[in-house]
Design a protein around this ligand. Structure first.
Ligand code: BGP
Length: 474
């Protein structure tokens, strides 16, 4: 079996974890810039603690990240050497509209991305652009309260229209929001929301979700109008839920978790709110305002494809004691004793990847695009500076095999695969540099020291061979 001949192999990144240059090129400040490294980071990410300005005594890793802002030509050359067919990146909203509510965009920011897209095209690499990846101008948070406010639709629409117009003919593949379901778990990065004391969490987050769903549908509409060639996708942090036992209560719990994870994608892919979430919102007295006009826009502007990140499957249990035994990630999951885990406790499950692809396609019958998958690990360069990351090669090999089986044996259509953090970058969850995903090592440590020199790891050559053989040589 070979992968489809136009299969889009590549790598994935996000502006705030990659670019740096936070105060260059007329850029404004974003929520991502004020995320500190260290133990306080998670409470800010989760919107539990307000930190809307730089504070004394903290280190902010996104300020410099891996300085793609000044290294992009060199980095793109390395991606081209690996044979990338596509490169996933995101737009820093603050480079285009520094405060977010201006009427005119910042030309320097527009030009920055234009030059990158032209360079990618020169190498035959198709850009895959996330309009917002955990990204929101800080001014919009301070002045309007982030996505809890419907006015955000106007600002996002202006951003999307500006991008579609300017990059017409250069960019064809777009994602509206990174991991849109994340806003329910991590409101600050997902929706620019810090919850106020006493605020009804569910009501606020459902309303913010409705606003993002509307913004996504409007962007999809405009994107198609401006260029019918545009392919616009949604993006979900996926990973199927297994019941902890065959006990019907556990099976039911797994079904509910699956619902909870996918309802936003149901709206984006099918064009309406699914029955189960409407009922739940009613029960919780937290139903957002959805007008008939809104419902029409959602119904008429569904996405062209379903993109997703996959790092792990999840396990649901109905028993309250089990809920204490959480594994790894932000998502509720108990440990699966049949799986090994990464150094950060993320459980590794290639077959779960195939299962997830099957259930996403079964549910939506739209092509899938794997836009994140990878292993966060500590890499130790030898004396010559080389990283022999066989663990990372194993991880990708097994996941790519599972994807091949999903395509070849199960008949799931998949457009492409972009490995997360193809070049080492800042971790979204921890803010660390030592949690590395790349095929390219970047000399930079957790405190921001290092030459920023790029060095190929063993996985670089493996990925290159794999792409050259279109997935045959694993
Ligand atoms: C996803 C995000 C990415 C990325 C990845 C790995 O949720 O879309 O931005 O960072 O997870 O997570 P981490 O960086 O915490 O290891």
């Amino acid at each position: 079996m070979t992968f489809p001949k136009d299969f889009l192999w590549g790598g994935a990144t996000a502006a705030n974890q990659l670019e740096g240059g936070y105060n260059e090129g007329g850029r404004g400040l974003g929520n991502v810039d004020v995320l500190p490294a260290g133990p306080d980071r998670m409470s800010v990410v989760l919107g539990e603690r307000e930190m809307l300005d730089f504070e004394e005594g903290y280190y902010y890793p996104a300020q410099k990240a891996i300085d793609f802002y000044h290294h992009w030509k060199e980095d793109i050359a390395l991606f081209a050497e690996m044979g990338f067919k596509t490169f996933r990146m995101s737009i820093a909203w603050t480079r285009i509209f520094p405060k977010g509510d201006e009427l005119e965009p910042n030309e320097e920011g527009l030009k920055f991305y234009e030059d990158i897209f032209i360079e990618l095209k020169k190498h035959g690499i198709e850009p895959l652009v996330t309009i917002t990846h955990f990204d929101c101008p800080i001014h919009l948070i301070k002045k309007y309260g982030g996505w809890r406010n419907r006015i955000m639709l106007d600002f996002y629409e202006r951003l999307a229209r500006t991008l579609f117009t300017r990059y017409k003919g250069l960019v064809k593949y777009w994602l509206t929001f990174n991991e849109i379901n994340m806003l329910l778990h991590a409101p600050f990065i997902g929706a620019g929301i810090v919850l106020k004391p006493g605020e009804d969490r569910k009501k606020t987050l459902y309303q913010a979700a409705h606003h993002e769903l509307m913004a996504s549908a409007i962007a999809t509409k405009i994107g198609h109008e401006i260029d019918p060639e545009n392919q616009i996708g949604c993006m979900v942090a996926a990973g199927d839920y297994y019941p902890n036992t065959p006990k019907p209560e556990d099976v039911f719990e797994a079904m509910q978790e699956q619902h909870h994870n996918l309802w936003l994608i149901d709206v984006q892919a099918r064009g309406s709110y699914p029955h189960y979430i409407l009922k739940q919102m009613e029960r919780e007295d937290a139903k957002p305002e959805i007008s008939d006009a809104d419902a029409k826009i959602l119904a008429e502007n569904t996405v062209d494809f379903i993109s997703f990140s996959y790092y792990s499957s999840r396990v649901a249990s109905s028993s309250p004691e089990d809920k204490e035994k959480t594994a790894g990630n932000i998502f509720a999951s108990i440990e699966n004793p049949y799986l090994k885990a990464s150094e950060w406790g993320w459980q590794i499950d290639p077959l779960g990847f195939r299962i997830t692809m099957n259930s996403l396609y079964d549910r939506y019958q739209k092509p899938l695009f794997v836009v994140e998958n990878g292993l966060g690990a500590v890499d130790t360069p030898d004396e010559a500076g080389h990283v022999q990351d066989d663990y990372r090669i194993d991880y990708h090999r097994e996941h790519i095999k599972a994807m091949r089986d999903a395509i070849d044996i199960d008949g799931v259509p998949v457009m492409g695969y972009t490995s997360w953090g193809c070049i080492d970058l800042i971790s979204a969850g921890t803010g660390e540099m030592k949690k590395r995903y790349g095929f390219i090592y970047v000399d930079r440590d957790n405190e921001g020291n290092g030459s920023l020199k790029r060095t190929k790891k063993a996985s670089f050559d493996w990925y290159k061979r794999m792409i050259a053989s279109n997935g045959e040589d694993l």
